[in-house]
Each structure stands twice: as structure tokens, then as C-alpha cells.
Design a protein around this ligand. Structure first.
Ligand code: TRH
Length: 371
């Protein structure tokens, strides 16, 4: 019989998260909190925007912080702005995770200098080469002498991998079994989640002239509203538009598993499409100096060997790069739809490798436990 950890032996983890915009910051940290709970840790999530978290947890806005994580056994604490310059009442946990270099409250860090917890900064994921040499490299905080370990999620063996939940494949197969054995529609199912500054009108045009019947499921986002308006005004009989509600994050994967093609954005939704093996177009979060294009191209390069048809790979890259530069090429979209079986094979092959790399929560857990 497996021995149960006693409550006093359960390692406590504090995760700090500041929400800059949208859902990605909270989304990644909420997913991390949920998956580390699954690894047997006692997790406290300290976050400065609980309304965003409510949406991700599938709860009404303004649900009190102490109720948000109840079903997931996560303690959620609202990060009071006053703690940044004054006293912070929280005692440091044994492990501290700083989300995306969000800077901890100074007072909390002062207490850490006494208790000396294991401290990680979890960065954004990237497929760029340089992250491999920076992953797990410690940095020393000049003020306190504390060591912070820099953790880089990624898609290669020498990176920190992506968050894949322990029960991911079980959930996936359960969900897929619940779907009708045959696709009952002759429409291609497209999921759409993007940024409003994208070439939405051109995407609508390309969909209207792609030569296929489409069922377009638009998520709750401004880009979705714009796309749906552009498609509906044409009254095309070949396109069905479904407006989705904002689903709880634990159900988000179902939207991808049920789609033939997904438009994804930011960080977490893109990672989920990669893990699902769903052919996707990534509307990447735009950064100054076109840094995002470097990131996009680095990911594309990792996909190259998974495409049997190199011309198709080139079409996917070109379409994606154009989309992120503000135009959407109808002909390239057509090519991808025509060859979607090949596109899917490449996506599934990439996902297989990604899953085989191991999961971020398990890797992090190992680092924590062998400390
Ligand atoms: O929301 P995003 O654009 O997030 C970001 C942020 O802008 C962040 O500041 C930036 O740094 C980062 O991208 C790169 O996209 P992302 O990352 O895909 O996060 C969306 C989250 O919302 C993800 O966890 C999935 C979740 N989600 C749901 O749970 N339900 C839904 O219905 C939808 C549409 C999304």
C-alpha cells in the first residue's frame, strides 16, 4: 500500500502572478497551480487580478478569492498593491515561484532571506535555441544573496517542457470517446481565438472563398466578435458561425480536440494546440522590435522535420508570418485546407514528440523533491 504524505510533510509552494493583460499570465499560472496540486504539493496562488482568475476557473466575476481555488484545493490570495511598498503579511512557503519575473513584494523577499526557500522564476515558453543554455541557470539577488533559478519552458529536451497535466491523455480519450464516431457535419471545424489587431477582414474573406464548408467557432474575444460580424454579414450558406461562451480553462482543450484547425494566440492557447496535435495558426502576442517574429520563426523551425511535404511546411510558415504582419493570404490558406491531412500528420507528430519530452510539472516536482 502506498504511504500517504502527512499534512506536515506536504511541501508548500507559493506562486506569484501579476496580470499584465488578457488571460495568458493568469492562465499559465493557474494551470501551473492546478498541475502542481496534482503533483502532491500544497499550492497558494497570489495574484493581483482575481476577476481574470474567476473567468479561468469558470466562476462568476467577483467570487471572493478564498472561494476561487476551493474545487482545485488551491489557496488563492489577492495580491494587495500595498504589499509592494509596505508590509506583506504572508510567510514564505518552502518553494516560491515567480511568474514571468513579476517581482515579489520586497517585504516577502526580506523574509525569504531568512527562511531561504527554493526560488524559481518561470519564464514565457520559447522554441529559440538560447533558452537551452539559460534554463535552470541560477542568478543571485544582489540585495539578499538569495539564489533564483531561471526556468524556461520550451519544446526541446534541454528546455523545461510545457505544462501537460498528468491526466491529459485520459481526459483526451474520454472526451474523444464522447464524440459521435463519425463527424456528423460535412463542414470543416475551425476554432478561432486571436487578437483584434490581426487581419480579421482578410481572414473572413479567405474563409468565404476557401472552397469548403466551414463551421467557425469563435471564442469570447474581440477578434472573435469582429470575425463573426464579418462572416455573418455575407449571409454565406457555406459558413456556420458558432459563438462560444468563455469556457473554464479545464474545458479549453475540448475546443481544440473538437476542431480540424485552430487559430490560437498568446502563450497558453498556442501551447495547448501544440500538445493536442491540432493544426494551428498562431497569432502571436506582438512585442516591440518584432521580437515575436523571431519567436514565431523559431517554433516553425522546430516543426520542419515533422512535415513530409516541404512545400506545405513553407506554405504554413508563409501564411502564419503574413498573418502576424497584418495580411492573410487566401491562396496559402486554400493550400493548407487542401492538404489538411498532411498538415494534421505533421501536427500530431510534433505533439507526440512534445508529450514524450516529459511535462513541466513533473520536471519541476523532481527538482523540488531532490533538493
Ligand atoms: O490571453 P492571451 O492573449 O494571453 C497573453 C497575455 O496577453 C500575456 O500578457 C502575454 O504575455 C501572453 O499572452 C504571451 O492568450 P493565451 O496565452 O493563449 O491565454 C489565454 C488563456 O485563456 C489560456 O489559458 C486559455 C484560456 N481560455 C479559457 O480558459 N477559456 C476560453 O474560452 C478562452 C477563449 C481562453
Amino acid at each position: 500500500m502506498a504511504l500517504q504524505a502527512q499534512p506536515s510533510e506536504i511541501i508548500k509552494i507559493d506562486i506569484f502572478c501579476r496580470v499584465i493583460d488578457n488571460f495568458g499570465d493568469a492562465g499559465v499560472m493557474w494551470r501551473l497551480a492546478r498541475s502542481l496540486t496534482g503533483e502532491g504539493f500544497a499550492v497558494r496562488l497570489i495574484i493581483d487580478d482575481t476577476d481574470t482568475l474567476c473567468a479561468l476557473a469558470g466562476l462568476p466575476a467577483q467570487t471572493p478569492a478564498d472561494l476561487i481555488g476551493k474545487d482545485e484545493a488551491i489557496e488563492v490570495v489577492l495580491w494587495d498593491k500595498e504589499w509592494d511598498s509596505g508590509e506583506c503579511p504572508l510567510e514564505p512557503a518552502e518553494v516560491v515561484i515567480e511568474g514571468f519575473a513579476c517581482r515579489l513584494p520586497e517585504d516577502y523577499e526580506r523574509k525569504m532571506a531568512v527562511t531561504r526557500p527554493l526560488w524559481f522564476n518561470i519564464d514565457y515558453f520559447s522554441a529559440e535555441d538560447w533558452i537551452e543554455s539559460c534554463h535552470l541557470v541560477p542568478s543571485i539577488e544582489p540585495k539578499t544573496g538569495l539564489v533564483k533559478i531561471n526556468y524556461f519552458p520550451g519544446v526541446t529536451p534541454r528546455s523545461g517542457s510545457l505544462i501537460i497535466e498528468k491526466d491529459y491523455e485520459a481526459q483526451e480519450s474520454l472526451y474523444k470517446k464522447s464524440l459521435p464516431a463519425q463527424n456528423t457535419t460535412d463542414h470543416l471545424r475551425i476554432f478561432f481565438f486571436a487578437y483584434p489587431y490581426g487581419p480579421i477582414e482578410s481572414i473572413a474573406e479567405a474563409m468565404l472563398h476557401c472552397g469548403h464548408k466551414l463551421e467557425v467557432s469563435v471564442s469570447q474575444c474581440e477578434a472573435g466578435r469582429l470575425l463573426s460580424a464579418a462572416l455573418l454579414k455575407t449571409e454565406s450558406k457555406d459558413i456556420t458561425v458558432k459563438t462560444l461562451p468563455f469556457v473554464a480553462q479545464k474545458d479549453f482543450d475540448q475546443l481544440l480536440w473538437a476542431s480540424d484547425i485552430a487559430f490560437v494566440r498568446g502563450e497558453d492557447s498556442a501551447a495547448r494546440a501544440m500538445i493536442a496535435g491540432t493544426p494551428f495558426l498562431w497569432h502571436i502576442y506582438h512585442q516591440d522590435g518584432d521580437v515575436h517574429m523571431v519567436k514565431l520563426k523559431a517554433l516553425q523551425k522546430r516543426f520542419e522535420r515533422h512535415f513530409a511535404d516541404i512545400a506545405l511546411f513553407a506554405a504554413w510558415c508563409e501564411l502564419q508570418e503574413k498573418m502576424n504582419n497584418g495580411t492573410f493570404d487566401r491562396d496559402l490558406f486554400k493550400v493548407l485546407l487542401e492538404k489538411r491531412d498532411e498538415w494534421q500528420k505533421a501536427s500530431v507528430s510534433f505533439a507526440r514528440d512534445l508529450r514524450a519530452l516529459g511535462a513541466l510539472p513533473a520536471k519541476l516536482s523532481e527538482l523540488i523533491r531532490k533538493r
